[in-house]
Design a protein around this ligand. Structure first.
Ligand SMILES: CC(C)(COP(=O)(O)OP(=O)(O)OC[C@H]1O[C@@H](n2cnc3c(N)ncnc32)[C@H](O)[C@@H]1OP(=O)(O)O)[C@@H](O)C(=O)NCCC(=O)NCCS
Length: 156
């Protein structure tokens, strides 16, 4: 995961703070339905409540910004001493330009610094875009249930 391609445009990866709340809410609310399904399995309707929960949790939230515009969010939470669950979404317009790689690389470094060893995400089997991207980034996949796969990455 340690390649850091600029792909010809400048973005910044920053840690979420409450001053970004409205922009993050707008980013989530403006996602097309298919992306809400991919990212939240279709279950999240109340983003205000979701962001409230994020702010109260003991994890890492990174935001990718292009100028003033939020173009991606990546969140990770420890589920035990060594494993962290990760979720990510990049604005469709900015995909395949290295934003996902930047967010995941940065969050992986922070998780490693905090003593984590394994990153994982549970993804719908139909979400081939995310599965291909994660495999390209070095993740391994294992069957989780009939609908989902568990993608995981072991930190070196
Ligand atoms: C998964 C996701 C975050 C990837 O973000 P991204 O910014 O497009 O990823 P990158 O551009 O950094 O791509 C990372 C690698 O995966 C590859 N990749 C990305 N999308 C791909 C696709 N659809 N097919 C094949 N390879 C793909 C890229 O080529 C790149 O490899 P490279 O650097 O060796 O060229 C993005 O597709 C997304 O937001 N999907 C919807 C939300 C979602 O499904 N989240 C996962 C569940 S939480």
């Amino acid at each position: 995961m340690n390649k850091n391609k600029g792909r010809g445009f400048e973005i910044e990866i920053i840690e979420y703070d409450k001053s970004m709340r409205e922009d993050v809410l707008r980013f989530y609310r403006e996602l097309p339905a298919e992306d809400i399904y991919k990212r939240f399995f279709g279950v999240c309707k109340d983003f205000e409540c979701y962001v409230d929960n994020l702010e109260g949790k003991d994890g890492i939230i990174l935001v990718a910004r292009y100028g003033e515009r939020i173009i991606g969010v990546c969140e990770a939470y420890p589920v035990n001493e060594s494993e962290w669950e990760v979720a990510i979404i990049v604005d469709k317009e900015f995909r395949r330009r290295g934003v996902g790689r930047r967010l995941l690389t940065e969050i992986a470094l922070r998780i490693r610094d905090m003593g984590g060893r394994i990153l994982f995400g549970i993804i719908n089997r139909s979400n081939t875009e995310a599965i291909k991207a994660c495999m390209k980034l070095g993740c391994k996949a294992e069957s989780y249930d009939y609908q989902t796969v568990k993608l995981f990455y072991i930190l070196q």
